[in-house]
Design a protein around this ligand. Sequence first.
Ligand code: GLC
Length: 346
Amino acid sequence: MRACFLISILACLLLTGCAANPLTDKSQPDKVLPRSDPFARNKLLTKSINLGNFLEAPNEGDWGLKLKASYFDSIAAKGFSGVRIPVRFSAHTAADSPFTINTDFMDRVVWAVDQAERNNLATIVDLHHYQEIFADPQNEKAKFLSLWRQIATRFKDYPASVFYEILNEPHDKLDASTWNVFLNDAINTVRAVDSLHTIIVGTAGWGGISDMNSLEIPATEQNVIFTFHYYEPFHFTHQGAEWVDGSDAWLGTKWQGTSDEKNKIILDFFQVKAWAQTHNRPVLLGEFGAYSKADMESRIRWTSFVVQTAQADSMSWAYWEFASGFGVFDPQNDSWRKPLLQALLP
Ligand code: GLC
């Protein structure tokens, strides 16, 4: 009996490596995190960060940043649990059906996911900046679904720590009712090739909470996380943002952390919590952050309070973002902005 036990341990060590990390064990991903429990999956994203402005630029490097393996090491070492990777897939395909994604580009995305996995970081592959679909959804639909067929095919054998976010911040002509149809079709497209991975979806109102009640996630699909973005008060978080018209007028806006200011955030999050309870969906606060033109003291207060509120409401979060205009990391000096980092991970 005892010898048998020892032999089996030895065999286990030799054949499989008993120290295999459950999150990165590609052989049995489903056993580790059952597909029926997106709440457990969501916990992998508890404290995440957006790798913004890298693969979402028209071409990597155009916005001054290129991914490095060391970034993933450093993010994991600081104690983050996951990364959201915004990717502009739509700009890297063949012009005609079936809109094949450029091989080098897809390999680069796979490389990034592999770097995350190597560090036991969960990863969200996020379809970001698909501008054409917001202007003319019907014309883009075939390409949109083809992107998801290709992405899911490429990652279907990855562990359950990889997540698919269907589309960042739908808006404009991709209105709430159109989005519900597109979403349903995208989920079906993913599920035709991949029944394992958890899908992340947000609202048609730029991913904010105002359109929450128009969002229809197919009731038959349980393996879903609801995501929302939070940048309120917008005049504070987006002061001086070059991409927001008129935002220079808001420069100097502070966030003092008064009870009125805090209550606004608590009430907004309460609405999300109520929606999530009614619909029985786990929640990821997928983006929040205050731009670097706001004063650092206010940014720290606001970031810290948003994190506390999300955590108190059992939401996972992903800070916007790592190393650019909202950045908690300074890529020039290869160093973390400590007070901001501490606001996220006290
Ligand atoms: C959205 C946009 C991104 C922007 C961020 C903050 O994610 O896609 O480009 O930086 O919001 O405004």
